[in-house]
Design a protein around this ligand. Sequence first.
Ligand code: GLN
Length: 480
Amino acid sequence: MSEAQWTAHEAVQRLTSGDIGSVELIDALITRIESEDERVNAYVHLDADAARAQAQDVDERRQRGDTLGPLAGVPIAIKDVMCVRGGRTTCGSRILADYVAPYDATAVAKLRAADAVLLGKTNMDEFAMGSSNENSHFGPARNPRDLDRVPGGSSGGSAAAVAADTAIAALGSDTGGSVRQPAGYCGIVGLKPTYGRVSRYGLVAFASSLDQIGPLTKDVEDAALLLGVISGHDASDATSADVEVPDYCQKLRAGVEGLTIGLPEQFFGEGLDAETAAAIEATASRLESAGAKLQNVSLPVAGHAEYCIGAYYVVATAEASANLSRYDGVRFGYRSGEASDLQQMYHQSRSEGFGDEVKRRIMLGTYVLSAGYYDAYYLKAQKVRTLIREDFSRAFTDCDLLLGPVSPTTAFCLGDKIDDPLQMYLNDIYTVTANLAGLPGVSVPVATAQNGLPIGAQLLAPAFAEETLLRAAHHIEQTA
Ligand code: GLN
């Protein structure tokens, strides 16, 4: 097995034992990126010299016998929605194509403090809006399992890089499924933590009440390892939670005996591909044989596609329309050279700087917040959001975890849905609810479909129950 295929925990072990140096590991990844990424397009920016310099520094400190962080020398890719000091942070958009971040996002700073090596910035749907990575100003990333297929989105580049072995692990962001769905499509693990678990400081905002940073990794142990590094309270993010960070790796192997796992009946209804349904059911049976108790549960609102997709696309676009008002050609990014007065400068900069999907969402979000429509749409969506939360609270009085699909089908072909936004939105049916309720969720590969593509299962847990989530995910992974 080549170095590029290692998991993070394996790389840590090899680096610690002296089998390999970090510079050597970085070079192996850079060589692989050079041979693979032209086809996959997972990276928008690679700073090989900076990565080598960081690796060199880790190697030197290791040689001196210094105490090193838990990810010392491990190359990690970062979705281009997180600020990395001194490098470009484009959000997959023309409007930020030349924006250089003056500071590190907290999650990135925590990776640095853990002595990880920052490998490069990954491709994504513009401002994290999309489910296929086709909305990127830098061209779509492709699914390494089948290059005619999408890798999912919006963290498509991060998922594709991990699946193509061009990153050992990566960070993504999940506003409505953008870590879990691409992980599912690419056959890797994707974890969306509880809202507030990971600081959003330095994460370019899409929908602030839904956004959360999470790891995309080759296995569950890596997800636990990275989560432990990036979690924790941060005074720079008022919504970050002051909740102790456990050692997420400690109970990974505790098994599932005694856990009650709920199967929401609405997650197995119309629209779910039969092969995916069978793979999830088989996963449930394996959990049962290992001592978990299965229980049918009902999520009348949270399992109802129309309510969830409707509420999500109202709340997310409303918040996006406010968050994206800062890109005005004055303070950030691209400014049109065409304009003759201020009003026209705003108009032209935004018209030329944003892509179609982002414009669609800004218009939708502005509409649902405008006088006369606010009560009918925005306020209504907030009420639905409360009902979704209540659905989950009820389910979690009886169950430790919920199990279901990540997406209705395996990865679709490039071009299949891009001209039909509603079809694209419906693809998020199983993922948006965790964000609306602020709950943690993980996507784990459980089977391979007849078309050769991976099928993922999704586990959901109560807020801050990531330990239980990871423990069950680990069991699923080991028995898949
Ligand atoms: N696909 C969803 C959307 O387009 C989710 C995106 C995300 O989680 N960033 O909004």
